[in-house]
Design a protein around this ligand. Structure first.
Ligand code: ATP
Ligand code: MG
Length: 579
């Protein structure tokens, strides 16, 4: 049985206006509805209503972790620097790591993540293949000194994360748990009411590491996504598209004088072909300083992240370096390059046997340069930034795009930490082997904000029942009278007795204030008790998700709400989303 929560006692101070720095709906509304308060840049207090939402999200996460056999632990936020030296991340992590000294001048950090700590625990205790696999998780505060903390709970410096770590004898065992985790992560999003897409976080065939990010779709999300009905979804930055290229005319190689043509657009216009029929050249160098020329379709841009993963240490050449290397800026092409220059080209260009491309000579291009006859390509690779017009890499259909908020991520770590930190077990054949590891993170506090991004209107928040701070608010529009107040009190207490999370707005405030606040707080259901209605035996039931209002008989409203809310709760349980 629940007790009725009285608004006159609740610590949930609302604000008429949010501070100017709050731009996104979630930031504005969580502040205005008195759910969070800012203490410093990127540092927030959860007030009672915000804390209840956080707890509900945590509980969903906990149930899904328990359901796949991960076990809850609690590690310290404060971590000794030595562990981070062992993994090499004390230096690699950069200024995001919050570092401090204790009274003996020993180094510590406030954990931004816990791979080192958990590995240091299990390496002394999980000794044999018989002890594996194991999966452990915690729900805890994390610290990251973000360069730009912003958007309230979306990018803060202290935040709540669920982080899980798993230890396996081999890749197969890791894959099995990774798949279970992926299932759980999808269910967590669903149970929070989020519209989401799992997105491949590796960069196609070049990425190597296996990882999936769970993106809550939101207009104001920081991530730019492309997706397709066939189930494909990827971050624009990492996506591989099916790029359509058009070969330039099949005349054989022909040198063309192209003066005053500084851009691809001008070149295409001059030749009377679309931009995608041209080939763009860029020059760079690898980590050892070797000169490289890269070719991509003229209507695309080079993706630096992809270039760096294909060519370790990749950097573009400066104008001076180009001159030194004998390259002709603005007119580079694959025919007649200086000796020793390595040629990379985007895979899409394989489909184009004739290229319209620079001639390595000022003011000249080649039309119809023949691939594999006039020139050859040393390395074919995925190098382009995807464009929305590109086709889905799986099925070729046009891609859709959307913005998203990364709420969680699953990651196959392999033996990175176990090798660096000497965390080994005894294999069946007696060999000492490093654990094969996975790690999995849910941004719990970020999820709260992502939910608000998806569930709001101009009046306030519209919480899904599964995470609402309370499910029903009863609003007596008159207080202290002998008619309305007793009816409202009775409805509230019957709802609470039936297990519904109920608040009553017993404040001696005007009706308008109660309506506005109720909409702002986002209670899924409001039971409005006015004088006229009550006299006629009715109350008004408002459904916040749709703002629809119904007149309901006083005698029926409790039963109606109880069955409606129980039905809604049931839709968001573990069993319901298991399919
Ligand atoms: P981002 O790319 O957004 O900085 P990340 O990829 O570095 O996040 P992870 O290390 O994957 O984050 O952490 C797991 C989860 O923790 C993220 O999916 C996200 O939901 C949450 N998270 C990470 N950084 C923050 C932050 N500064 N504020 C709130 N939540 C965060
Ligand atoms: Mg991440």
């Amino acid at each position: 049985m629940n007790t009725v929560i009285r608004m006159s006692r609740l610590y949930a101070p609302t604000l008429k206006e949010a501070p100017a720095e709050a731009e996104l709906a979630s930031h504005v509304l969580l502040l205005r509805a008195g759910m969070i308060r800012k203490n410093a840049a990127g540092i927030y207090t959860f007030l009672p209503l915000g804390q209840r939402v956080l707890r509900k999200v945590e509980q969903i996460v906990r149930e899904e972790m328990d359901a796949i056999g991960s076990q809850e632990i609690m590690m310290p936020a404060l971590q000794p620097a030595e562990l981070w030296h062992e993994s090499g991340r004390w230096d690699d992590y950069g200024p995001e790591l919050m570092r401090l000294l204790d009274r003996h001048d020993r180094g510590f950090c406030l954990g931004p993540t816990h791979e080192e700590l958990i590995t240091s625990i299990v390496r002394n205790e999980l000794r044999s293949y018989k002890d594996l696999p194991r999966s452990l998780y915690q729900i805890q505060v994390k610290f990251r000194d973000e360069i730009r903390p912003r958007f309230g709970l979306l990018r803060s410096r202290e935040f709540i994360m669920k982080d899980a770590y798993s230890f396996h004898v081999d890749q197969d065992s890791l894959q099995e748990h990774y798949d279970e985790m992926s299932g759980a992560y999808g269910r967590i999003c669903e149970r929070c009411g989020l519209e989401y897409r799992p997105v491949d976080a590796d960069s196609g065939q070049i990425g190597g590491s296996v990882s999936t990010e769970y993106m809550a779709l939101a207009e104001n999300g920081e991530a730019d996504l492309v997706y397709c009905d066939c189930g494909f979804a990827a971050d624009v930055e990492a996506a591989t598209g099916r790029i359509e290229v058009v070969p330039s005319v099949d005349t054989g190689i022909e040198l063309v004088h192209t003066p005053d043509i500084p851009t691809i657009a001008k070149l295409a216009e001059f030749m009377g072909v679309p931009e995608k029929a041209t080939v763009k050249a860029l020059s760079g160098k690898d980590g050892d300083g070797n000169v490289i020329v890269l070719f991509i379709p003229g209507d695309h841009e080079l993706n630096d992240i992809k270039a760096c993963s294909v060519i370790p240490g990749f950097d573009l050449l400066t104008d001076e370096e180009m001159v030194e290397a004998g390259l002709v800026k603005g007119f580079m092409g694959p025919v007649g390059l200086p000796e020793g220059v390595k040629v990379y080209a985007d895979e899409s260009l394989k489909a184009s046997p004739f290229w319209l491309v620079g001639a390595n000579k000022v003011d000249y291009h080649y039309k119809g340069a023949r691939l594999d006859e006039d020139f050859s390509v040393d390395v074919w690779a995925d190098l382009c930034e995807i464009r929305y017009e590109d086709g889905c890499p799986r099925c070729g259909k046009p891609l859709a795009h959307a913005r998203g908020i990364e709420v969680s991520q699953v990651f196959q770590l392999g033996t990175k930490y176990s090798e660096a930190m000497g965390a080994t077990y005894m294999a069946e054949n007696g060999e000492e082997k490093p654990f094969v590891m996975g790690c999995y993170g849910v941004g719990v506090s970020r999820t709260v904000a992502a939910i608000v991004e998806q569930y709001n209107d101009e009046f306030g928040i519209q919480w899904p029942v599964s995470v609402a701070p309370y499910e029903v608010a009863v609003l007596p529009l008159v207080t202290g009278d002998g008619l309305v107040e007793p009816v409202a009190e009775r409805i509230a207490s019957e709802l609470a007795s039936a297990g519904i999370e109920t608040v009553i707005d017993d404040r001696p405030e005007r009706a308008g204030i109660k309506f506005n606040d109720a909409d702002l707080y986002g209670w899924p259901y409001q039971v409005v008790c006015g004088k006229r209605g009550v006299k006629n035996g009715n109350v008004e039931l408002k459904v916040r998700a749709t703002n629809e209002k119904l007149d309901v008989a006083i005698d029926e409203v409790v039963d109606m709400l109880v069955s409606r809310i129980k039905e809604e709760r049931a839709r968001y349980t573990h069993e319901a989303v298991m399919d």
